[in-house]
Design a protein around this ligand. Sequence first.
Ligand code: APR
Length: 311
Amino acid sequence: MRRKVTVVGAGNVGANTAQKIAAKELADVVLVDVVEGVPQGKGLDMLESAPVEGYDVSIIGTNGYAETAGSDIVVITAGFPRKPGMSRDDLLLANYEVVKSATEQAAKHSPDAILVLVTNPLDAMCWTALKVSGFPRERVIGMAGVLDTARFRTFIAQELNVSFENVTAMVLGGHGDTMVPLVRFTNVSGIPLTELTDAATIERMVQRTRDGGAEIVKYLKTGSAYYAPAASTVEMVESILKDKKKVLPCAVRLEGEYGIQGLFVGVPVKLGKQGAEKIYEVKLDAAEQAALKKSAAAVQELVSVLEQKAQ
Ligand code: APR
């Protein structure tokens, strides 16, 4: 049976995500946006590359949600991207309204869907989607760790002049300046990173990973990254649709794991057809634990603002 994925937000991240899902023939795609004509035009343009690229899926663009009914996955990228000098948190209140309305509509038409959140500030938007949808926590998952890890892996592979594929890394915590790249769990084909380069080089790469989003914003000036975010989202979508059970760093609502209660924080998660099927609790040392707590506190600050607004 054909699977169906809705992508809300037909901007840079959404359109690239939709195109990659189609190119991999993962599912039929419905692209939704508030701007009249944009999802329709981009959807048709993607469809017209099907004969050339050789994929057989349907892609439609719409301004409503009727066509999204019965989606297996709804990816939410709708919102405003960062401008230079803006933090992800500056987007909080504007994107809260966008994600709230997108989630309400999407959940109404696809009550069994798995929601994959991409809109920033990510961890707070996941909190919003969980609250508004009333879905169980297994079905509300945020994309951040795959992207942050991909950035860390890129810098390591470049530095050591090895294949990108050989680098395994782990980045936990919130998707912001307090994210926690875990050097102890990072290796090249099983060889610990710490045996391959010195502490100062590692620290430089860790910092560049933390600033990875801002580095792109600074170049683009009018928006934020979208190729790697879309690729990271599609890796999650594929693992869910194909029930691959990949273990990936994702934002999920913690209920006591890592000593954190009721917040979305990036941790290693098994992604399969049920969504976030298992949360792995790795043993952290004192410094790592402290960094994760600090990151969770930053997420809590944003959620507190939203809690006040929601009252
Ligand atoms: N419903 C549907 N689409 C909406 C809504 C809404 N309520 N509000 C805005 N949009 C659409 C915009 O019309 C636009 O087409 O969301 C799209 C956002 O696209 P871009 O501005 O290109 O932003 P993008 O780079 O795709 O980033 C989207 O992902 O990575 C995050 O920080 C980023 O929060 C941002 C989001």
